[in-house]
Design a protein around this ligand. Structure first.
Ligand code: SAM
Ligand code: SF4
Ligand code: FES
Length: 355
C-alpha cells in the first residue's frame, strides 16, 4: 500500500530496515527520520532485532563506583580533575569486596568496578580486589577504570577479570582532542584493541549531544563499534555537569538518543546494549524507553552511602539518594512489568557464547 511507504532522498524506509548491512548513508538517513510513524517503525524493527539476536532477557550489572578521584580532565565530566567543587571519596579495598558480596547475594551475576582514572589504586590493589571477588562470588567482573597500562590489563585479565568498559566517546578525532586535553582517539582505540587481543570482552560507545557533534559523527560512532567488534556498546545522552566547561550546553535530545540506540541495535545485532543511567536521568522512565528500542542491559547502582551522591558525573543523576540495595529490586519490577525477564546468567558476550 503506497501510503504506508515513506520516500525521502531516494530511500524507502522498509527497504533500508530490511537490508542485511547498513552503510553510513543508510544510518544517517535513519537517524534523520522525523515523521512519528517512521520513527515508530524504526523502533519496532530495533525491538524485533533485539528479540531475534538477544532474546527477551535483560542482564543486570551491579555497579560499584568506588572512587570519584580522576587524573583525567574530560571537559564533559563532573569527576574531571579540574573540578575543585566536588567532594572526593575513595572506598577501601575491603569495602569494595564487601559491596561485591552484596551484589552477589542479590542474585546479580556481574559486578562492575568503576572509578575515575585513579592511580591511587595500584595494579596490586585491583588484582587483590578481583581475586577476592572471584574466590568468594560466582560473578563476572567488568572493569571500568579508564586508560591504564597494558601491563596492568594483562595482570587483571590473568587475575580473573572478564570485561573492560572504555568508551571511545566520539569517533570524530578533532572533537575527541577538543574534549580531552591529554588524550587522543588513536590511543583510546589502541587500548580497546589491546584489551580485546588479550581476551577481555570489550565495551565501548559514545556520548550523544556533545557540542559540535553531527549526525554523521553518530553514524561513525555506530560503525566504529562494529569495526572494533565490541561485545557491549553504550550510547548515552550528554547531560551537563554544573562545574565543568560544558555546563551551559543543553542536554541531549531524548528522541535522537532513542533513534541512535535503535539504529545501533539494527547494525550491531548481537552486541549487548545498555539502557543507561544517563538515559534514566534524562527523563522519567528513560531506561524503560531504552529497553523498548533495542537495549538488553541495565546497571543497578550498588555504590554505598555516603559515597553515591558524590559520584556526580552530571546533574540530576537518578538513584543517588536511594537505599543502595533498592535499585536492583526496583529495576526487576520495571523489567518484569514490561513483560521481559531478568537473566539469571552472567550474560557474557553473545559473540563468544561459551567461555
Ligand atoms: N573514568 C572511566 C572512564 O572514563 O572510562 C569510568 C568512569 S566515567 C564517569 C564513565 C562514563 O561516563 C564515560 O565513559 C562517559 O561516557 C560518561 N560521562 C561522563 N560525563 C558525562 C556527561 N556529562 N553526560 C553523559 N555521560 C557522561
Ligand atoms: Fe575521569 Fe572518566 Fe570522567 Fe574522564 S569520563 S573525567 S576519565 S571519570
Ligand atoms: Fe535506583 Fe529505581 S533503579 S531506585
Amino acid at each position: 500500500m503506497k501510503k504506508d511507504i515513506y520516500i525521502a532522498d531516494d530511500k524507502i524506509l522498509s527497504d533500508v530496515l530490511n537490508k542485511p548491512q547498513l552503510n553510513k548513508d543508510d544510518i544517517v538517513y535513519l537517524l534523520s527520520l522525523k515523521d512519528d510513524k517512521d520513527i515508530s517503525e524504526l523502533f519496532r524493527k530495533a525491538d524485533s532485532v533485539r528479540k531475534e539476536f538477544c532474546g527477551d532477557e535483560v542482564h543486570l550489572r551491579g555497579i560499584i563506583e568506588f572512587s570519584n578521584y580522576c587524573e583525567a580532565d574530560c571537559v564533559y565530566c563532573g569527576l574531571r580533575k579540574g573540578n575543585k567543587q566536588l567532594d572526593r571519596y575513595r572506598m577501601s579495598v575491603e569495602e569494595i569486596i564487601e559491596t561485591a558480596k552484596h551484589i552477589h547475594s542479590a542474585g546479580i551475576k556481574t559486578v562492575v568496578l568503576q572509578s575515575g582514572e585513579d592511580f591511587y589504586y595500584r595494579k596490586e590493589d585491583i588484582t587483590r580486589i578481583i581475586k577476592s571477588i572471584k574466590d568468594n562470588c560466582d560473578v563476572a567482573i567488568t572493569l571500568s577504570l579508564g586508560e591504564r597500562s597494558f601491563e596492568e590489563y594483562d595482570e587483571w585479565k590473568s587475575a580473573g577479570a572478564d570485561r573492560y568498559l572504555l568508551k571511545h566517546e566520539t569517533a570524530n578525532e578533532k572533537l575527541y582532542s577538543a574534549l580531552h586535553s591529554h588524550q587522543k582517539l588513536e590511543e583510546r582505540l589502541a587500548h580497546l584493541k589491546y584489551l580485546k587481543s588479550i581476551g577481555f570482552q570489550v565495551g565501548s560507545g559514545n556520548i550523544i549531544g556533545l557540542p559540535g557533534q553531527t549526525i554523521e559523527d553518530i553514524a561513525d560512532d555506530i560503525l566504529l563499534c562494529k569495526e572494533i567488534d565490541c561485545d557491549m556498546c553504550s550510547f548515552s545522552p550528554f547531560i551537563p555537569s554544573k562545574d565543568t566547561p560544558l555546563r551551559k550546553i543543553s542536554k541531549a535530545d531524548l528522541e535522537f538518543t532513542l533513534k541512535t540506540m535503535a539504529v545501533a541495535r539494527i547494525v550491531l545485532k548481537n552486541t549487548h546494549i545498555p539502557s543507561t543511567t544517563a538515559l534514566g536521568s534524562l527523563v522519567e522512565n528513560g531506561r524503560e524507553k531504552g529497553l523498548e528500542v533495542g537495549a538488553n542491559v541495565v546497571m543497578p547502582n550498588y555504590t554505598p552511602n555516603p559515597y553515591r551522591q558524590n559520584y556526580k558525573i552530571y546533574e540530576g543523576k537518578i538513584c543517588i539518594s536511594d537505599d543502595p540495595l533498592a535499585c536492583a529490586g526496583c529495576l526487576r519490577l520495571k523489567i518484569e512489568g514490561m513483560g521481559r525477564k531478568v537473566s539469571e546468567e552472567k550474560g557474557h558476550s553473545l559473540k563468544r557464547i561459551k567461555r
